[in-house]
Structures are given as structure tokens and as C-alpha cells.
Design a protein around this ligand. Structure first.
Ligand SMILES: Nc1ncnc2c1ncn2[C@@H]1O[C@H](COP(=O)(O)OP(=O)(O)O)[C@@H](O)[C@H]1O
Ligand SMILES: CC(C)(COP(=O)(O)O)[C@@H](O)C(=O)NCCC(=O)O
Length: 385
């Protein structure tokens, strides 16, 4: 286990003093679709520390750790909880909480009602929402946001989480054979270089060469937000979970035009197999085919279209950067084995086995973790200087 040598949790009070007291430790990643909140709960507090803990802080800790649902839309992913984590010499538990960014107003009202405004004067935040909602945090709950870049945060979070969780990184073995395809652990202790593909609302691709050296090489606006948006339009579904459930029992070949629908079989000269999608949604110009298609088929075709497009761009970026390991993260992959297997298949098949698709258990929370770590580092630096 690696202690990242971060400071204990000093907190700026309203009087701008730096105090080392037991306060809630948060990292927030406010994305285009979901807000991710990571909460570090110290587990090594002395009796004196616990006795001196103010009621609001105790109430916040209890509220967050005893519940797994907050209001109608907030969730704690209890299966992702990490115990025995060391941050700046403090031992504790990391909790992972998410809510739709569209609920930010309600989140701020809840934070206010729990007395957060009285104690936590600065919260570390990353993602576009750290900029967009900065004034709302200040106005509604008197909180300052310490803002960190989302890609710096992602990479710091990735290194930290992977160093703690032996089972963090995995791949899908035998991706070209559905009956043999299964999830396997991957030793990511020697990771560089790798391509990081963050599939959030949109998609960003980073070539990562060392812990501190990366560049954003590409991106696409056809991402997780596009999948959900199109699925809602085409099927009338309302949630990501519903969209994935529909897709799981759908048949995309009733929607997509395949190579064999055009060639009658493979297009052998250029190695295009008959079951390859030639034209996504290509059948849907036919009134007859439209009349037979089900919501499930449309959801599946949407998922396949978006995923294959991301896989194809990722592969081209990996070739261009001469990288053979591609790590896919972001909440689009949450409860989404169909997409992961498709990406694993695409990387393996088109690279003739030379490229590997990797995945991470805390796929959607890396930015929030990294942001929490950076906040502690910067406070540490401020105290030292
Ligand atoms: N409960 C959910 N609600 C909304 N979108 C979800 C949910 N679970 C997974 N997703 C998917 O995750 C995407 C957002 O991923 P995320 O990594 O959180 O990105 P962002 O930072 O842009 O919010 C959504 O566009 C959607 O495809
Ligand atoms: C603007 C973003 C970095 C925001 O991140 P997100 O909230 O989607 O995770 C991302 O949506 C993105 O890279 N979009 C693709 C832009 C493009 O390269 O076309």
C-alpha cells in the first residue's frame, strides 16, 4: 500500500486561519451529465478528536456513510468503497457518491440544510461544472471552489486508485468469442505509455507518457451523452439504466446495414467480414424495416454505433501515437459490459491482436479522487511556503 504523502486535512476558517481539525474531506468532479463526489472518512480519529467534533461535521459523516441513497437521485456506490486508504498519514475509507449535475440546485440546498456552509469553506472541484457553478456554491452555501484541471485530476486519481486496488484494472479475454469472453485482472503496475479514453458526456483522448506528461490528442462529441440523448429520443426511455436494459435484449442488425446486406457476404478483397456494420442505422430508410423494429433494437443499435465510433477513433489515435494499450474510462461504461466487450473486440480484431483495451473498476470517479489528492497537496505546499 502506498501513502501518497499528502497533508492531514487543514481547513481554512472564515478568519483565514489554517487549522488541522477533523473536517469532511471531499473531492468533486462536476461533469456535463453526472457530479461525482468522493468523501474520505478518517477511521483513525482519537477519542479526543471525536469528542471535539462539532455536531454538524458528525451529522454530515453519519448522513453520508449510513445511507446509500440521497434524495431521489443521489447514490453511493457502496461496491466501490475503498477501505484502509492512507492519505497524508491518515487512515480512512473512500466513499463514492454520484448525482445528476442537473440536480445541482437540490444538492446545494441539501448541503445547506446539513450545515455544510458553517464549516467547509473550501471544496476542491474539477470538471466543467467547477467553473460553471462556482458562483452558485459561493452564493448558496458560502463555499469557495478550489479548481483543478479535469485531466490532471483524472491521471492523479488513476495512479492513486490503481496503487491501492490490486483488482482495479481488468480486460476482457477472448473478445472475439462471445462464449469464451470474460473479465480478467490486469497488472497495470508498469503502465506507460498508454492512451486514456474518457467516455463521459463527450469523449477525450489523452496520450499519457509518464505520471506528469500527457497530451490531449483527440476527442469526439459523439459520447455517452449522445448515446443517452439519442436513446431517449428513439425509444422514449428516460434513464441510462433503462437504455442499457433495452439494449441488452435488442438486435442491432435489424437497424444497421451490414456488409453482407450489401455484398451478400464478405468483401474479401479488403478484409471486410459480412457481419461488419457497413452503415449504422442504414436499414432505417425502409418503411417496411422501420415498421418491424423494436425499441430494444434501436437502443442496441445506438449503443453499437456510438461505441464502435469511439473504438475506431481510439484505435487511430493509438496507431498515430505508437501506443498499444488503451484504457477506457468514464461513466458511459458503468453497468455497460456490451460496450466494453465491443471495445475489446474492436481493439483486438482490427489491430490483429497487437492492441489491448483495458478498463478500471472506478471508471467514473478518478477525476474526483485526483482532485481530492491535489487539494491536499496544494494546502500542504501553502503551509510550507
Ligand atoms: N445514472 C446515470 N445518469 C446519467 N448518465 C449516466 C448514468 N450512468 C451512466 N451514465 C452515462 O455516463 C455518461 C456520463 O459520464 P461521466 O464520466 O460521468 O461524464 P461527465 O463528467 O460528462 O458527466 C452519460 O452521458 C451516460 O452515458
Ligand atoms: C468538453 C469535455 C472535455 C467535457 O468533459 P465531459 O464532461 O464530457 O467528461 C468533453 O465533453 C470533450 O472532450 N468533448 C469532445 C470535444 C471534441 O473534441 O470534439
Amino acid at each position: 500500500m502506498k501513502d501518497f504523502e499528502l497533508p492531514s486535512c487543514p481547513q481554512e476558517t472564515n478568519g483565514n486561519d489554517i487549522m488541522d481539525i477533523t473536517m469532511p474531506w471531499f473531492g468533486m468532479d462536476i461533469g456535463g451529465s453526472l457530479s461525482k463526489l468522493v468523501y474520505f472518512e478518517p477511521k483513525d480519529s482519537t477519542k479526543a478528536e471525536l469528542d471535539s467534533e462539532v455536531d454538524s461535521v458528525r451529522n454530515i459523516r453519519k448522513y453520508l456513510t449510513k445511507n446509500s441513497a440521497y434524495g431521489k437521485t443521489g447514490h453511493r456506490d457502496t461496491h466501490l468503497q475503498l477501505n484502509d486508504i492512507f492519505i497524508r498519514g491518515r487512515r480512512g475509507t473512500l466513499h463514492f457518491i454520484r448525482f445528476p449535475t442537473s440536480e445541482m440546485k437540490n444538492f446545494l440546498a441539501l448541503a445547506k440544510s446539513k450545515g455544510m456552509a458553517n464549516f467547509v469553506t473550501t471544496v476542491c472541484a474539477t470538471g466543467g461544472g467547477a467553473y460553471k457553478f462556482e458562483n452558485d456554491f459561493q452564493r448558496e452555501v458560502n463555499m469557495k471552489l478550489a479548481k483543478y484541471d479535469e485531466f490532471d485530476s483524472l491521471l492523479k486519481g488513476l495512479q492513486f486508485v490503481d496503487s491501492y486496488n490490486r483488482k482495479e484494472c481488468y480486460y476482457w479475454s477472448n473478445p472475439t468469442d462471445e462464449s469464451l469472453c470474460k473479465k480478467e485482472e490486469y497488472d497495470f503496475s508498469n503502465p506507460y505509455p498508454f492512451l486514456l479514453v474518457n467516455i463521459g458526456s463527450g469523449v477525450s483522448m489523452l496520450a499519457v507518457n509518464s505520471p506528469s506528461s500527457f497530451k490531449r490528442v483527440s476527442g469526439t462529441s459523439l459520447g455517452g451523452g449522445t448515446f443517452l440523448g439519442l436513446c431517449c429520443l428513439l425509444t422514449g426511455c428516460n434513464t441510462f439504466e433503462e437504455a442499457i436494459e433495452l439494449a441488452a435484449s435488442g438486435d442491432s442488425t435489424r437497424v444497421d446495414k451490414l456488409v453482407r446486406d450489401i455484398y451478400g457476404g464478405d468483401y474479401a478483397r479488403f478484409g471486410l467480414p459480412g457481419d461488419l456494420v457497413a452503415s449504422s442505422f442504414g436499414h432505417m430508410n425502409s418503411r417496411d424495416k422501420r415498421s418491424k423494429v423494436k425499441r430494444e433494437d434501436l437502443a442496441r443499435a445506438t449503443l453499437v454505433t456510438i461505441t464502435n465510433n469511439i473504438g475506431s477513433i481510439a484505435r487511430m489515435c493509438a496507431i498515430q501515437e505508437k501506443i498499444d494499450r488503451v484504457v477506457f474510462i468514464g461513466n458511459f461504461l458503468r453497468v455497460n459490459p456490451i460496450a466494453m466487450k465491443l471495445l475489446a473486440y474492436a481493439m483486438d480484431y482490427w489491430s490483429k491482436g497487437t492492441m489491448k483495451a483495458l478498463f478500471l473498476e472506478h471508471e467514473g470517479y478518478l477525476g474526483a479522487v485526483g482532485c481530492l489528492l491535489q487539494y491536499h497537496q496544494s494546502i500542504h505546499d501553502r503551509i510550507r511556503n
